[in-house]
Ligand binder design. Structure first.
Ligand SMILES: Nc1ncnc2c1ncn2[C@@H]1O[C@H](COP(=O)(O)OP(=O)(O)OP(=O)(O)O)[C@@H](O)[C@H]1O
Ligand SMILES: [Mg+2]
Length: 246
């Protein structure tokens, strides 16, 4: 598969972000998260104060169980911090249920098995109020842009792991969110397929002028992103900024 966006985006008549400024899309203030209570309590994330701005390309790294998924869920508003707070200054409120603000690629398969690929990609748009015809049209455009239109009529069962993850990326592209979160999107893929998925994510983030946050174990992916947040046992232990490799 070609890994760059296959079609050149048409310039829109109105700027995509008319109120664009340097504000954070999401800001955590001493945010922590504990699962469970009492003796069963597990501290997953500890006191993190960070911002994600438009244009950021961030890898969240750390060993298994270090809190990467939980941090992404906090940034997404899917989990609520049990200490500290999270703000979405540009969105006004949590982006949950607002697919044009936030799109997430999950660690495992997240496609609905009863819906075909087009319907899966179109679903968030329909839920956000698009007509079915308009949503299908946008879904087809996203699939074409990512070079996977041939999968449009397939059911999730008929897809390989890499194809399913690319469809999940297309589902994000279709809604053109400002904040893209991807939780180990290449965790179950071989190196070549993983590279294609990360290429697709980077291309989508550039295309829609979004912020991209990717959790990963893979150093080959980390070097593709400018910034690295390293988690150990729920705490942010280091941040590194580098010139991202093409
Ligand atoms: N729903 C849950 N209930 C209780 N504990 C949980 C839950 N989800 C995660 N945890 C615990 O919180 C900690 C952080 O988990 P998290 O899934 O955020 O780690 P991770 O860095 O994403 O790991 P991995 O690399 O394996 O995906 C772990 O100790 C985990 O066992
Ligand atoms: Mg995880």
């Amino acid at each position: 598969m070609t890994t760059s966006l296959a079609s050149t985006p048409q310039p829109s008549e109105t700027p995509r972000h008319p109120h664009r400024n340097d504000d954070a899309l999401v800001r955590t203030v001493g945010a922590g998260h504990i699962y469970g209570e009492g003796q069963r309590a597990v501290v997953a994330v500890r006191g993190i104060t960070k911002e994600v701005r438009r244009g950021d390309r961030i890898a969240v790294t750390g060993p298994s169980g270090s809190g990467k998924s939980t941090l992404l869920y906090l940034l997404a508003g899917i989990e609520t911090p049990t200490s500290g707070s999270i703000e979405w200054p540009e969105f006004g409120a949590s982006p949950v249920g607002r697919p044009t603000y936030m799109g997430m690629v999950y660690q495992g398969s997240s496609l609905l098995p009863a819906l075909d690929v087009t319907e899966n990609v179109a679903l968030p748009l329909v839920l956000a109020g698009s007509t079915e015809a308009a949503a299908r049209d946008r879904a087809h455009r996203a699939l074409r842009t990512l070079g996977i239109f041939s999968l449009a009529d397939k059911l999730p069962d008929e897809l390989s792991g890499g194809q399913a993850q690319r469809v999940a990326v297309a589902r994000v592209l279709a809604t053109e969110p400002e904040l893209i979160l991807a939780d180990e999107p290449t965790g179950q893929l071989d190196h070549g397929t993983g590279t294609e998925v990360i290429d697709a994510l980077l291309a989508v983030a550039d295309h829609v002028d979004a912020a991209l946050v990717v959790s990963t174990h893979d150093p080959a992916i980390t070097v593709r992103l400018r910034t690295e947040w390293r988690l150990i046992d729920g705490a942010l232990t280091g941040e590194r900024t580098r010139r991202a490799q093409p």
